[in-house]
Design a binder for this molecule. Structure first.
Ligand SMILES: Nc1ncnc2c1ncn2[C@@H]1O[C@H](COP(=O)(O)OP(=O)(O)OP(=O)(O)O)[C@@H](O)[C@H]1O
Ligand SMILES: [Mg+2]
Length: 251
């Protein structure tokens, strides 16, 4: 599904992503772990189009996406969440959802004049989908509240919900468990598992090792911009290279 060959992303002299090659197989829930500063988020940003790679190739479903702007990558079926969610706080939950759908007929000026019926039908369909997705992530009771009243965990659910509006084939999750209370975390994990069973491929950055060991196979380990190893969770847990990668990070 997603293939990277020798991807490099530098910030001045720092090689934050330093020649990463990896494959994420279709239908998997692949984990990406590594110590702070390993380059995991930078790798996500480079895949999802927030940064252009300095070198290397990135393909999604066989099509090159390296260097495409974020909205184009998104419309090719790759959604991503941010380490710190950023909904528009003054808009309601449902309004945040309605900002997303791609190819809305109403966006085109002439359509609004020439095809008013079509626009109305599209808006109604979007609203119905938004309500369905909000229900799926368990936020329907907050649908008409401004997004700023949501807790950190609820904001993560809203982010996931927004991505789902675009019917993605693959989702990159950056630390979905961070700052989420245990009850909400269970519900988030359940939703992720359900979506994975429905065929969505996941690549998931997480420091919560219980969650990684429970959900992910394979697990890819990064340190200092490079892939250290990849394997099933049990093999990763007991590999000395992984311990080294984490201990090497200690002052
Ligand atoms: N926009 C940027 N400009 C300059 N340096 C950056 C930028 N973004 C990240 N870096 C640096 O690149 C390195 C990798 O950072 P990155 O955020 O990708 O790590 P990470 O693996 O996601 O860490 P964490 O687990 O703490 O989130 C770090 O040294 C970081 O300071
Ligand atoms: Mg990060």
């Amino acid at each position: 599904m997603l293939q990277l060959e020798n991807v490099v992303k530098t910030f001045g002299a720092l090689r934050a992503v330093d020649g990463v090659s990896l494959h994420v197989r279709s239908g998997t829930m692949t984990g990406l772990i590594g110590p702070n500063g390993a380059g995991k988020t930078t790798l996500f940003n480079t895949i999802a189009g927030s940064h252009a790679p300095d070198a290397g190739t990135i393909t999604l479903g066989g099509h090159p996406i390296g260097g495409l702007p974020a909205h184009q990558v998104f419309h090719r079926g790759l959604g991503r969440t941010f380490q710190i969610p950023r909904p528009l706080g003054s808009l309601t939950v449902i309004e945040n959802m309605l900002l997303v759908p791609p190819g809305q007929a109403g966006e085109r000026f002439w359509n609004t004049w020439l095809q008013r019926g079509k626009v109305r039908a599209q808006d109604a369909a979007n609203l119905a989908q938004a309500r369905e997705v909000i229900d799926f992530v368990g936020l329907s009771h907050l649908a008409d509240q401004p997004a700023r009243v949501l807790s950190g965990g609820q904001q993560k659910l809203l982010e996931l919900a927004r991505i789902l509006m675009a019917n993605p084939s693959m989702i990159l999750l950056d630390e979905p468990a961070a700052g989420v209370n245990p009850v909400l975390l269970e519900s988030l994990i359940e939703r992720i598992l359900l979506l994975n069973r429905r065929g969505i491929t996941f690549l998931l950055i997480e420091h919560n090792m219980d969650m990684v060991m429970r959900l992910c196979n394979p697990v890819i380990v990064m340190a200092q911009g490079k892939v250290v190893m990849e394997g099933p969770p049990d093999a990763v847990r007991s590999d000395p290279r992984v311990l080294d990668a984490y201990l090497g990070d200690q002052p």
